[in-house]
Design a binder for this molecule. Sequence first.
Ligand SMILES: [Zn+2]
Length: 238
Amino acid sequence: MSYTFRQILIPPTKYSIKAPYIMFPQFITVHNTANDAPAVNEISYMHSNNNQVSYHVAVDDKEVIQAIPFNRNAWHCGDGGGSTDPNALKKGNRLSIGIEICYSKSGGACYGVAEENAVQYIAKLLKQYGWGIERVMKHQDWNGKYCPHRILAEDRWNSFLNRIKKAMEPNESEQQTEKDDDTMKFTSTTAKAAVRDYIKQAVDKNLIDKSWLEKFDNGTMTSGDFEGLKIIIAQRSN
Ligand SMILES: [Zn+2]
C-alpha cells in the first residue's frame, strides 16, 4: 500500500450545499479530475467554493483524502436530484461514493501511481462493504459524461476493474501471516494485565529471562510460547 489516508471533512455548515441528503451508499463512482492538481488542492477547492459540486474522496500519488462522510450524498454524477430507488436509472448522486483520481489531465507517472492507489483503495472499500466489482461505476454510466476521461480515452475501463478484482484477492504474504499468526489475543485489558503480571513475577524471581516480558510487551509472544513458558515457570518454582 503506497498511500496514506486522511480526512479533511467539510464543515456540517456546508452540508446543505455539498451533501444535503443522508445516504446509504450502494455504488462507487470513479472520476478523473481532468486537472493536474494534487488531492489536497482539489479538496481545499471544494471546501472553498459554494457550488453544488462535491465528491467524497480524492486520490493522488501519495494520499487518499476523504472530504464527505459516506453516509451523506455528494454532487458528482450529473444525474440531478436523482433517486434513491435502486431500480431508478438516475441514482448516482444519491447512492454512490464519488472518487476522484487526480493528475488525469496530463497523465504520466503521478497519474499512474494515483490510479493504482485508487485501485487499492476501491478494493478495500468493496471488501469493507461486502460488495462485488459490479458496484463500481464510471461517471459516464450515470449521465453520459466522458469521465473518467483518461481511463476511457486509453480504453482501460475493463482492465481497471480487473485490477480492482485482483487487489481484492488476499495476497500470499497476507495468507501466510494469517496462517502463522498465533500471537496471544486477549478479550480484555484486565486479562492481558493479569498475564503480564504473571510473566513479570516470574522474571522478578529470576525464573525466566526478561526477554520474555519484552516479547510479551511487543506483541510477538505466541500462545505456544506461553504454554511452554508456563511449564518452565511451574518446574522452576518447585
Ligand atoms: Zn466525473
